[in-house]
Design a protein around this ligand. Structure first.
Ligand code: ADP
Ligand code: MG
Length: 266
């Protein structure tokens, strides 16, 4: 199974969600799981896990065409939690349009080697990202509850649908849903006419301490954030591991004054 996380803009928590979903899927299923950093330029996936890897996505793309696909494992790092990691290269501007074929070949190869391939697709829809999304069984769009982010969300959904990703494959994750208090989830759903599939609250302390220690959130003391991330991982891991996790849709109230302001901006 391939799952891609794509941010509606920088800083929405795409890397945090990709890394922790991957680590939780590995913890829950004990199946071979890899997180791949497809962000253009230097990415943060390896950093979030406190790893320094010698090889990157770019080494794989550049060498896969002539090497034995099974040799890809030599290019992959491993975290203590058992999660495998393919870090981003530090070349600015790559993966670029010329890498589309390499990305496709690499993802197909990883999909054959791993039960779960989790992709941090960054926050720009490029030819390479579109290729990854097309190969994905799930595309998780990550937004925050602020007007610029939600405006991008609407446009991004249209662009992704044009790229051929439609229906049940596309899911929306509202990260830091508890933080700003300006727009509630119900208001957002009403204004955008969309269903938010997952909500993750804001917990800067827990996220920062996980990143500072280079570990997934699940290894720290239990938190609401961990329970929410665990729930997302269980739905991605499949029916055997699901535990009643999708958020219950809460209808927005009709007479909310914030609605008209939000509608105006969006
Ligand atoms: N749910 C959350 N609560 C608190 N802080 C968060 C949350 N999600 C992400 N962050 C923080 O926000 C910043 C951006 O997150 P990151 O995953 O790097 O975003 P992106 O990959 O979309 O640019 C990081 O400092 C991260 O620690
Ligand atoms: Mg990131």
């Amino acid at each position: 199974m391939i799952v891609s996380f794509l941010g509606t803009k920088g800083g929405t928590g795409t890397t945090m969600l990709a890394v922790n979903s991957a680590a939780d899927i590995r913890r829950i299923t004990h199946r071979p799981t890899i997180v791949v950093d497809l962000k253009i330029g230097p990415g943060d996936v390896a950093l979030f896990l406190g790893l320094r890897t010698r090889h990157t996505v770019l080494s794989v793309i550049d060498q896969l065409s002539w090497m034995d696909p099974a040799a890809v494992s030599r290019y992959i790092g491993e975290h203590d939690c058992g999660l495998h990691v393919l870090a981003a290269g530090d070349e600015y501007g790559r993966p670029a349009a010329k890498d589309v074929e390499g990305i496709e070949q690499m993802l197909k190869c990883l999909n054959a080697l791993y039960d779960y391939v989790i992709i941090d697709a960054g926050n720009t829809l490029t030819a390479c990202t579109a290729t990854a999304l097309q190969l994905s069984d799930r595309v998780m769009l990550v937004a925050n509850p602020d007007v610029p982010c939600l405006r991008n969300l609407q446009r991004l959904i249209d662009a992704i649908k044009l790229a051929g990703v439609v229906g049940e494959r596309l899911k929306i994750v509202l990260n830091r849903a508890s933080e700003f208090g300006v727009l509630s989830t119900a208001q957002i759903e009403k204004v955008l006419g969309l269903n938010i599939d997952y909500c993750v609250g804001s917990d800067y302390r827990t996220v920062a301490s996980a990143v500072n220690s280079g570990v997934p959130v699940s290894t720290l003391k239990s938190s609401e954030l961990h329970a929410q991330l665990d729930a997302i991982a269980r739905t991605l891991a499949g029916p055997k591991h699901t535990s009643g996790t999708h958020r219950a849709a809460t209808p927005a109230s009709d007479d909310d004054p914030i609605d008209s302001a939000a509608r105006h901006h969006l």
